[in-house]
Ligand binder design. Sequence first.
Ligand code: MN
Length: 511
Amino acid sequence: MAVEEIISLLDSPSQKDIEFIQKAYDFALKAHEGQLRKSGEPYFVHVFETAKILASLKMGTRAIIAAGLLHDSIEDGVATEESIKNEFGEEVLFLVNGVTKLGKVKYRGAERHIESLRKFLVAMAQDIRVLIIKLADRLHNMRTLEYVRPDKQKRIALETLEIYAPLAYRLSIRVLSRELEDLSFQYAYPAEFMRTKMYLKSKKEESLPELDKFMKTVKKALAEANILDFKTDYRQKGIYSLYKKLKTHDNDINKIYDILAIRINVGTVADCYKVLGIIHSIARPLPGRIKDYIAFPKPNGYRSLHTTVLTRDGVAMEMQIRTFEMHNDSEFGIASHILYKEKGAVKTKGNSDTNWFMQFLPKIINYFEASKKSGETSPAWVNELAESQEHIKTAKDKDGFMEDLKADFFNDRIFVLTPKGDVVDLPTESSVLDFAFAIHSDIGIHTNGAKINGKLVSLDTKLKNSDIVEILIKESSKPSPKWLDMVRTNMAKRHISSWLEKNKIEIPKQK
Ligand code: MN
């Protein structure tokens, strides 16, 4: 657990970067001193590993690494906002606070919550870097899930599978989504996991010798054609991804060709097509399995040439051919672009919001278009956002347009939490009373008081994003006509009016 382990993963850090990260390392080590995790390991291991994941994601800016090291220090009460701001500046504090806020969200297995949770995470993250730190944090928690109580394991695994892994996938950070999926699959659906794992193992043992043999043939053919700048390896399909594919292929493993795939990375796009030609000249391609995702990228931006060929021994072998740059993109997705962006420009607090949003947008729109084509229903918020794309194309250069769009899209809703961490999605200007009725009409009717973030407030208090709201009820409490002026949602209005009517309490006429 030496700081060098992190530093060595960075791409040419400056002396200042190294000093900054060293300082965060020392700070976190001291802050978490004496704290232990469920596994019995020092707590510091967790924040250290989170920072290491971020460094290996090529998220090599010092602010992100430092925030990774410090991400639990405020939450755990071992450091204050003040001290982080003084030692590491506003940017790191902003990131740490963002991650702390996201930590309050919990998934409780209700289908109807999934989409609002994903939306909540995206809205709350404000800055995509916060989301990525949260994903790295979650990955380390998943890697150490065996030490957690079994009933909690299942909840955390489902939450990861339904919320975090798809987010990583939509951001096309495949290195994260793959591992998150497989780790959570194991805990969420153990029987299916074991079965799929056995499939994968037997298939791998069967094909690996053939793959090695064919790889040698390919390398030789490339060298003969004078293509020297290339790298080959193979990738194995993730267990969860195989499971999903099996479900759509009659559970017949013989219908799935890409369990193992040979990857060939080359320097240029022209070389990609050259390599494809060479491969087809040494092995017969299977019809209908040649895919040109370079000319026609996948919805999440993935670019590559795919083909499946039959080796001389009659084994079907999938080949994936792409440039080094495309490979990097497909593994690290949006993460690689963030680093690039940060190197080019000094980030200021004011515009980071819209920048990340701009980057995220094409991915959401592509996702929307693809799901429309495939007939899959996409979530409402994606549709809303994608429908604005025409405006985006025409109004890209207008000042403040993105600000407005973001305001319209996210700011007409607020997301607040129950004390247990359930997300409740309400229109802006909603009050404590709206919240109570959104939970349950019975709770609304008997509301007697409320707390926001632990402090007592009046019932007409307007809610803000990420407020934690607790409703105090009393059997004898009941609505009064005044309540109608305190709520914004129609649902609350309806419940109050009908209760007043039923109890013959007159509603004063409005002038
Ligand atoms: Mn953590």
